[in-house]
Write a protein that binds this ligand. Structure first.
Ligand code: FDP
Length: 336
C-alpha cells in the first residue's frame, strides 16, 4: 500500500474547501504560522551551539545579537503574523497585555493566542519543547482593531487549535474541529508532511504524568487518585507508569499518541487557560479524549483575564472521567 504524500498547506486547503463561502484567509493564516514555526524550529535546533556562537545577551561571531529563545519565538510569531493581514489582535503568554496589530498592517477577522515556547526550562537540557496556538473568530466590530473581549472567549468557540513540538523531529498537530492531524517537518524540503492521519487517543492509557514533588499541595481528590493509579488500578492488571518530562507539549503529545493522563491540579494550578489548557483541550476532545479542572470541562470555562491559571487534567477519556469522580467525591466529603 502506498500512503499519500500531502503537505500541511494542501491539507488545510482541502479542509477549507469543505466550507462553502470560505475565502482562503484561514488557509493563509495557518500557512504563515507554519512558516514562523519553521524559523523557531531552526533556531531551537541550534540551541546547544549558543555557548559556541555566543551567550544570550551577547553579540555572536556573525555580529548578531543573541536573543533568548523564548523571546526569539515571541518576536518571530509577532513579525510573521502581525503583517499577515488576517488577524485583528493577538495575545501571548509572554506579554502582559493584548498585542495590537502593527500600525500599517491590514486588520482581519481572526484572533491568535499563543504560547511561543512552552517548557522553556527544558531548552538547556535538549528535551522537547513546543509552541501552542489557539484561533478564534473576532466578536467585536467597534473598530478594525480587536479588543480584550476578542481574546477572552471560551475554548468551545475556538475555530482551530494545535501545537508544534520541537523534538527528535519537529511536528505540527492541529484541529479545526474535524479530527486531529499530525505533520512532520522534512527539514530538507522545509515542508510539513502528513504523518498522522485522524489521531485518536486510546480511551484508557497506562501512563500518569504529574509533578510528584508537589504532593504536599495537592487536594484530597488528587492524592487519592494518584494513590489509586499506583496501587489499586486493577483494570490494566498493573499499576500505571509515571512519565513526566515537565514540558507540557511533550508530555501531552506522548499521552495523545499512547494514551494516559496528564495532571497539573489545583487548587490554583500553574498552567494558563488561554495559551495552554484551552487549545490542548480542543485537540484532545477532537481526538476522543477529555480535559477538565476536576469539576469543570476546560472548554466551557469563561475566561476572565488574559493570564488566568486553571487546574488541568487532560488525556484519555476514561482516565479523566475516573479522576473527576475522585475529585467530586473528595470535594463532597470536604463540604459535609
Ligand atoms: P516551563 O515552566 O518549563 O515553561 O507552563 C510551563 C511549564 O513548563 C509546562 O510546559 C510544564 O508542563 C510545567 O510548566 C512544568 O511545571 P513544574 O516544573 O512545576 O512541574
Amino acid at each position: 500500500m502506498h500512503s499519500k504524500i500531502k503537505t500541511v498547506q494542501q491539507h488545510i486547503l482541502d479542509e477549507e474547501r469543505l466550507h462553502p463561502g470560505a475565502t482562503g484567509d484561514f488557509t493563509a493564516l495557518l500557512t504563515t504560522l507554519t512558516l514562523a514555526a519553521k524559523i523557531i524550529s531552526r533556531e531551537v535546533n541550534k540551541a546547544g551551539l549558543v555557548r559556541i556562537l555566543g551567550e544570550t545577551g551577547e553579540v555572536n561571531v556573525h555580529g548578531e545579537a543573541v536573543q533568548k529563545l523564548d523571546e526569539f519565538a515571541q518576536n518571530t510569531i509577532y513579525r510573521a503574523m502581525g503583517h499577515n493581514g488576517h488577524l485583528c489582535v493577538m495575545a501571548s503568554e509572554e506579554s502582559e497585555n493584548i498585542i495590537p496589530i502593527p500600525g500599517e498592517s491590514k486588520r482581519g477577522k481572526y484572533v491568535l493566542m499563543f504560547d511561543p515556547l512552552d517548557g522553556s526550562s527544558n531548552i538547556d537540557v535538549n528535551a522537547s519543547i513546543g509552541t501552542i496556538f489557539s484561533i478564534h473568530r473576532r466578536i467585536t466590530n467597534h473598530s478594525p482593531d480587536g479588543r480584550l473581549e476578542d481574546c477572552l472567549q471560551k475554548g468551545i468557540d475556538q475555530i482551530a487549535a494545535g501545537y508544534f513540538i520541537y523534538g527528535s523531529s519537529t511536528m505540527m498537530v492541529y484541529t479545526t474541529g474535524h479530527g486531529v492531524f499530525g505533520f512532520t517537518l522534512d527539514p530538507s524540503l522545509g515542508e510539513f508532511l502528513l504523518s498522522h492521519e485522524s489521531i485518536r487517543i486510546p480511551s484508557r492509557g497506562k501512563i500518569y504524568s504529574i509533578n510528584e514533588g508537589n504532593t504536599h499541595s495537592w487536594d484530597a481528590g488528587t492524592r487519592r487518585y494518584i494513590d489509586y493509579v499506583k496501587n489499586d488500578q486493577k483494570e490494566q492488571g498493573h499499576p500505571y507508569t509515571l512519565r513526566y518530562i515537565g514540558s507540557l507539549v511533550a508530555d501531552f503529545h506522548r499521552n495523545l499518541l499512547k494514551g494516559g493522563i496528564f495532571l497539573y491540579p489545583g487548587p490554583k494550578g500553574k498552567l494558563r487557560l488561554l495559551y495552554e489548557a484551552a487549545p490542548l483541550a480542543m485537540v484532545v476532545e477532537q481526538a476522543g479524549g477529555a480535559a477538565s479542572t476536576g469539576g469543570e470541562r476546560i472548554l466551557d470555562i469563561q475566561p476572565t483575564s488574559l493570564h488566568q491559571k486553571v487546574p488541568l487534567i487532560i488525556g484519555s477519556r476514561d482516565d479523566v472521567r475516573e479522576y473527576n469522580q475522585f475529585y467530586r467525591e473528595a470535594s463532597a466529603s470536604a463540604a459535609d
